[in-house]
Design a protein around this ligand. Structure first.
Ligand code: NAP
Length: 427
């Protein structure tokens, strides 16, 4: 029986799932939908612009789209433009690969003041997400506080701390590079509510902070335990021991550099201060003189229209990836915002196996798939962006790149759609 599958979201979890399905059943017909006219989700908008090596996974996804049984259907918001119920009429299985797009709230007074941003918005701003490129964050004071000691917080202080020369080979958007270069930064704060042994950043990312040209990490030796608390999982303990070693090295430094990066541990944020904008950050143990506060404290899955609602943890309730008959979930929407890009590969394979096992037991006739759906989209006046449309965007971005950078991203919806739907031919 010829099955049709719709995957909602073209980030790593969705595309690893498509890969796992097609490896086992190359004849399956798979459509990958995305609200944006561009594929790759977190790889394009989440991964730091100076971590181009991490983005290289897109080459593998490029090859995947070489299969004539896999289509990209961008610029279509499932749940809004296209109800899930309508999709279910045409596809035998639907996989929600939605990621986690909403910032977790801090839940403290003052968090709505201008100058306080969530990491989704702030990272989206420098990575050219069409919803956030116009954020225009306040970066006009010498101090910036970043709340959270995970890898996203580390990405943010590193991107703020690097010089234009250090960012030259990155794909940071021109508007953000200009704003960061003009910011009068002297003090960056990385704020952990617990101790260094509980911080979730990883050692390679932490080590990078010690190699920045204009930034000196400042660590108070008194905050650092000499040994890890007992009972930590051995794999985790290895990372945390290395982290502690790096933090001890940072604590011993005294070199003069224009920007200090203060590591503050055991510092619980109590209030963002200010009347009409951020003027400071009150921690349980001190008050910081900062004009910008960025919270990098994790994400929740956000859904629209008739997509299933996330639970109180921000994930879509599921049993090993199954939400309901014919409906599955992968990635951050399934397990929460944790793990690296390769974590999704094994998990997506597991969910793909489950879908195929369910197909094997399914006696219902297969559904019609994309032909009928395409007719419905056209009737509604909706214009999907296909893989060639994305290739046109990509070609325009490569053409506009400054010297040394792989691309200058198109950042607004109109420019993206215009490039995608132009008649330009691309190879
Ligand atoms: P994360 O690792 O979960 O870190 C979140 C941080 O926010 C933790 O330090 C947490 O502290 C803190 N936090 C949570 N609620 C808080 C609150 N109300 N007040 C103060 N602090 C609070 O999440 P992430 O940094 O967003 O990263 C998400 C995932 O992507 C992670 O798996 C990460 O490793 C991965 N990632 C990887 C890379 C890379 O490999 N280079 C880059 C970016 C992201 P507690 O521990 O006390 O809760």
């Amino acid at each position: 029986m010829l099955h049709h599958i719709a995957i909602i979201g073209s980030g790593p979890s969705g595309l690893f799932c498509a890969d796992a399905l097609l490896k086992q059943r190359p004849e399956l017909k798979i459509d990958v939908f995305d609200r944006l006219p561009t594929p790759f989700g977190l790889v394009r908008f989440g991964v730091a612009p100076d971590h181009q090596g991490t983005k290289a996974v897109t080459r593998q996804f490029d090859r995947l789209f070489g299969s004539s049984n896999l289509r990209f259907v961008g610029n279509i918001a499932v749940g809004q433009d296209l109800p899930l119920a309508r999709l279910a009429e045409h596809y035998d299985a639907i996989v929600l690969a939605l990621g986690a797009h909403a910032d977790r709230p801090l839940g403290i007074p003052g968090e709505d003041l201008p100058g306080r941003y969530g990491s989704m918005a702030f990272v989206g701003w420098y990575n050219g997400h069409p919803d956030y490129y116009g954020l225009n964050p306040l970066l006009d004071r010498t101090g910036v506080a970043v709340i959270g000691v995970g890898n996203v917080a580390v990405d943010i202080v590193r991107v703020l701390g690097k010089t234009p020369a250090e960012m030259a080979a990155s794909d940071i958007c021109a508007h953000a590079a200009k704003a960061i270069a003009a910011a009068p930064l002297t003090d960056l704060y990385l704020i952990g509510r617990r101790g260094p042994a509980e911080a979730s950043f990883t050692s390679a990312e932490l080590a990078e902070l010690g190699r920045l040209e204009r930034v000196r990490p400042v660590v108070n030796k008194a905050d650092l335990p000499n040994a890890l608390p007992a009972g930590i999982d051995p794999a985790e303990a290895k990372i945390k021991e290395k982290n502690l070693q790096l933090l001890h090295e940072f604590a011993a430094r005294s070199d003069a550099k224009p920007i200090k990066l203060h590591f503050l541990f055991h510092s619980v944020p109590e209030a963002v201060l200010g009347k009409s904008r951020v003027e400071g950050l009150k921690l349980a143990n001190r008050t910081l003189d900062v004009g910008t506060v960025i919270s990098a404290i994790g994400y929740r899955t956000a859904v629209h229209g008739d997509l299933p609602q996330p639970d109180q943890h921000g994930i879509i309730p599921n049993q090993d990836g199954k939400v309901a008959d014919g409906l599955y979930v992968v990635g951050w929407a399934k397990r929460g915002p944790s793990g690296t890009i390769p974590t999704n590969r094994a998990e997506a394979k597991m969910v793909a196996d489950r879908i195929l096992a369910d197909f094997a037991n399914d006696t219902a006739p297969a559904k019609s798939g994309n032909a009928a759906l395409d007719a419905w989209l056209a009737q509604q006046g909706l214009t999907p962006v296909d893989w060639m449309g994305w290739k046109r965007i990509e070609a325009a971005e490569i053409k506009a790149a400054r010297q040394g950078s792989p691309r200058e991203k198109l950042v607004d919806w109109a420019a993206l759609r215009q490039a995608a739907l132009s008649s330009e031919t691309v190879s």
